[in-house]
Write a protein that binds this ligand. Sequence first.
Ligand code: PMP
Length: 408
Amino acid sequence: TVDALAAVSSNADGRERWQGALMNNYGTPQLTLVRGEGAHVWDADGNRYLDLLGGIAVNALGHAHPAVVEAVQRQIATLGHVSNFYASQPALDLAAALLDVLGVGDSGRVLFCNSGAEANEAAFKLARLTGRPKIVACEGAFHGRTMGALALTGQPAKREPFQPMTPGVVHVPYGDVAALEAAVDADTAAVFLEPVLGEGGVVVAPDGYLAAAREFTSRAGALLVIDEVQTGIGRLGSWFAFQRAGIVPDVVTLAKGLGGGLPLGACVGIGAAAGLLQPGQHGTTFGGNPVCCAAGLAVLRTIAAERLCEHAAELGKEIASGVEELGHPLLAGVRGTGLLIGLLLRQPVSATVASAAAEAGYLVNAVQPDAIRLAPPLVLERAQARQFLADLPALLDAALPGRPTTEA
Ligand code: PMP
């Protein structure tokens, strides 16, 4: 029965059986997590981990932040789901707050959805409404796993099993200004860009790249879509990455950190792009539901009140320089901005480092075979970061060639 299975899932043998009930799309999960608080999570056996992944950048405020807990509890007890035919106060408030932190005021309009992929699907549909056939995206970029977002994603191995793709998308090398300029023409509906390739291994766009993209798209009358699903909501040490580049895009897509752990995405249109969608052309049942929007509002307010953008900028610098100072033989370098940091390895042993880290009580992400990604909650404390830096050499030692691997 359902109850018997749930009971059995609380011991190790049972967990194995229980996991067999999930499709295998993420492989076998290494841990079952049962509780979180701040930057820490605990597994079912009571082991504590410092969460340097933040649920892949989802938990801006960390786990069980009182502001999010209180907002969600209050909202679900007041008004839960409403049909898209009616507005709800949290959605209106969050849209206004978002436009405020985006710095676009009355020229912006928000479409709420439930994930990053959905935000990019919406942006894709906006692009189609320009009537132009072509969309330019980048090699190595990640925009999501639904069919439209997958067509935008510049990682062939992810696309191949699902061919044929939605047509019209061309990919250019990331960070190559000349290639981008050559690709953007009068047929181009939109250019999709990540300010930093997140899933692609924390690859930061070269200085001037976003500004060049703005210039080429404006000149061609194409939309510039900035995918801030991973980089937005304070992660890079500013509300949004495009603000650091001094540009204003036509469309910004958001998710992850926006919902404070709840499923919430947004596609924000700015200027003419804000008016492209007509009634009946797009929507989703749970997009903009009051509970997720209440969580989102709590996230934005808390980031502002606790000055977490500034904290992310400072702590990120400290972590990056701390890692560089280690001068460990396995480390080829550090990339990233704010609290999105990539540790580059000289060997493709990131999985071994990640397992050694988990054994030592740190959750990190083997984002590429030769790169470890850190995307901790923005509330990560300085002392927690310093402890990680102190323990990091031993975690890297575990993956030095000639050492027995810790992998199961
Ligand atoms: N865009 C970027 C830049 C992302 O990093 C991700 C998720 N890793 C997505 C889109 C897709 O978001 P979701 O998983 O919420 O669909």
